[in-house]
Design a protein around this ligand. Structure first.
Ligand SMILES: *Cc1c(COP(=O)(O)O)cnc(C)c1O
Length: 364
């Protein structure tokens, strides 16, 4: 039997059927229905956020958050090149310019000590990513942003269910995007949200995700369509009931990996930060001067039907759509991480034996 890098979480079949039954009474399928509102309320509590605006996916939530601040065209946004395509694309698709800042070699998140020298009169915001659920240095990033009057918008796609100093990670910054994609710790099939405390953002985000429509006869913005439908919200309501148990199982898998792979020369494991209660989202391993390269390990695992993922690889500047504009050598730490990282299979039902098999192939 092959092992994939992840396996989407589903509630028991009957539980989902029960949850969607009343949709056949109301015939309300999308456009902010009862399921949407119920999930929104659950998430405001879960994410310690005064406001949650739900989206059909995380990417459009991020695009809309950036749009909501209405930055002047061609403004600069300092961000990380060690991320998924979504983060950078969300900036560029808003007509803004990403400025890549290198990352910390341990957390793989934006290195705050390298931010300030990239700030110019055109800089308007910082868009960091809580990579793999490793929490960014939110205090230092917040201090720099305050000093230079910049917005901080977190890509918290990996940070659902995670706390830092007893506060939900997506509650930091001016706003955060969280993804509820099928492969994430919590899913609504596809889905996502904006999480924030500022009252003035609520209406504009709700307008932007619905064609910019403010009222029956008023279209205020050039918005798109990014609403979460009732079947997605129902999946979220069900999956929320099993979230804690699933995170517990992920953390068990995490601990078995650590038992077998810590203290192996040349292998760097996912960092553990003080004051963070982790969601067990991913299990990335960096092969830095290991006896085998990352690609060799990847191939060997694949030969035995174990499909790990080079995530994130390549680094963003090396994408076809960016490589003529940027040079990945400007961020050597990020480039090296992308060349050496491998995310090992991680999901709640991965068994001890499967983890042992994966590790034995790596150590062989
Ligand atoms: C998954 C992901 C996204 C995009 O979320 P979707 O819900 O798939 O649109 C953005 N950023 C990062 C870092 C992600 O992992």
């Amino acid at each position: 039997m092959s092992i994939l890098v992840t396996k989407s979480t589903l509630p028991p079949f009957e539980e989902y059927i029960e949850e969607i039954k009343d949709i056949w009474q109301t015939h309300w399928l999308t456009n902010m229905g009862a399921k949407h509102d119920a999930l929104q309320a659950l998430l405001e509590e879960k994410l310690d956020s005064k406001h949650i605006v739900l989206y059909t996916n995380g990417h459009l939530a991020l695009e809309n958050i950036i749009a909501a601040f209405d930055f002047p065209n061609e403004s600069e946004i300092i961000t990380t090149p060690f991320t998924f395509a979504s983060t950078t694309h969300a900036i560029v698709r808003n007509g803004l310019k990403p400025i890549f800042c290198d990352i910390d070699p341990v957390t793989l998140c934006l290195d705050p000590s390298k931010i300030e020298k990239l700030i110019t009169p055109k800089t308007v915001a910082i868009v960091p990513v809580h990579v793999y659920g490793n929490v960014c240095d939110v205090e230092e990033i917040g201090r720099i942003a305050d000093k230079h009057n910049l917005k901080v918008i977190y890509d918290a796609a990996h940070a659902f269910g995670e706390k830092y100093k007893n506060k939900a990670v997506p509650s930091f910054g001016d706003a955060s995007m969280v993804s509820f994609h099928a492969t994430k710790v919590f899913n609504t099939i596809e889905g996502g949200c904006a999480a924030f405390q500022d009252d003035s953002l609520v209406q504009i985000l709700n307008d932007l995700k619905n064609f910019g429509i403010r009222g029956p006869e008023e279209v205020r913005y050039v918005g798109g369509n990014a609403k979460m439908n009732e079947f997605q919200a129902a999946m979220g309501i069900c999956n929320m009931r099993h979230l804690d148990e699933n995170i517990k199982k992920r953390l068990h898998v995490d601990s078995v990996y650590r038992e077998l792979l810590s203290d192996v020369g040349g292998i760097q494991l996912k960092s553990v930060k003080k004051d963070v209660s982790s969601n067990g989202a991913y299990f990335p391993v960096l092969f830095n001067n290991y006896k085998k390269t990352r690609d060799e390990v990847f191939e060997q695992l694949a030969a035995e039907e174990i499909y790990a993922r080079k995530y994130f690889y390549p680094v963003v500047q090396d994408f076809d759509c960016y490589k003529d504009i940027y040079d990945s050598n400007d961020t050597p730490v990020a480039k090296k991480a992308a060349d050496n990282v491998l995310c090992l299979p991680m999901y709640p039902d991965l068994t001890n034996d499967e983890v042992r098999k994966i590790c034995s192939i790596i150590l062989r």
